[in-house]
Ligand binder design. Structure first.
Ligand code: AMP
Length: 220
């Protein structure tokens, strides 16, 4: 059976990162998160990192040309497939992705659109904590670590992302509506859109995601 080539999208807090990790362990497919890549660059403290952190801390999108360049550099090894988490976020990025994939004669299996009500999203984002070391994601109520503030997997310190503060979350949700939501139509027209209810716990959502992936693979 061929590789799994997926795009995951949906509003902030919908659980893309958590689901991407679950898909990665089940199918052995690399998880590519532009947000994680940018956070690594910010940590390095370079000029590029400082420029990125300005956009991210305000909840705004990083300009398309920068994002597309970073993505292209990170999609060199894709024989095992890929799970794109948080890319594309604009129509221009979606078109650039299509061009990259066409050049490699690769096609997407599905663009999974995760859906959840706004109250669920804000509650998840305000309780979200991430490991500084291995980047594992927790939630102080719904998915707490065994010891508060410490990652179960690697023992790293957990922290709250600057852009998970309430004021920034509001901007991110608005940016999603204004710039990313149109991808629903874009992928529907390409017959790749699969909408999944992400308002429940990750295991329930993952069951639905597996059905999507398996039905796409069986159709190949
Ligand atoms: P995420 O971890 O996916 O929520 O991304 C965190 C932040 O990184 C976003 O709020 C944006 O500022 C930036 N970012 C990540 N991916 C993209 C993208 N595809 N296009 C523009 N900005 C992005």
């Amino acid at each position: 059976m061929g590789a799994v080539n997926l795009v995951l999208f949906g509003a902030p807090g919908v659980g893309k990162g958590t689901l991407a990790e679950m898909i990665k362990s089940e199918y052995g497919v690399p998880h590519i998160s532009t947000g994680d890549m940018f956070r690594e660059l910010v940590k390095e403290g370079t000029e590029v990192g400082r420029m990125l952190s300005k956009y991210m801390n305000e909840g705004k999108l990083v300009p398309d040309d920068i994002v597309i360049g970073v993505l292209r550099d990170n999609m060199k090894d894709d024989e095992k497939g890929f799970i794109l988490d948080g890319f594309p976020r604009t129509r221009k990025q979606a078109e650039a992705l299509q061009t990259i994939l066409d050049g490699k004669r690769i096609s997407l299996d599905a663009a999974i659109n995760f859906e959840a009500p706004v109250e669920v999203l804000t509650e998840r984002l305000s309780g979200r904590r991430q490991c500084r070391g291995c980047r594992a994601i927790y939630h102080i109520k719904n998915m707490p670590p065994k010891e508060p503030g410490i990652c179960d997997i690697c023992g790293g310190a957990l922290y709250q992302r600057d852009d998970d503060r309430r004021d920034v979350v509001m901007v991110r949700l608005k940016v999603y509506e204004e710039e990313t939501a149109e991808l629903i139509d874009y992928y529907r027209r390409k017959d790749l859109l699969k909408s999944v209810d992400a308002s429940n716990d990750p295991e329930t959502t993952f069951k639905e995601v597996k059905e999507v992936i398996n039905s796409q693979r069986n159709a190949q």
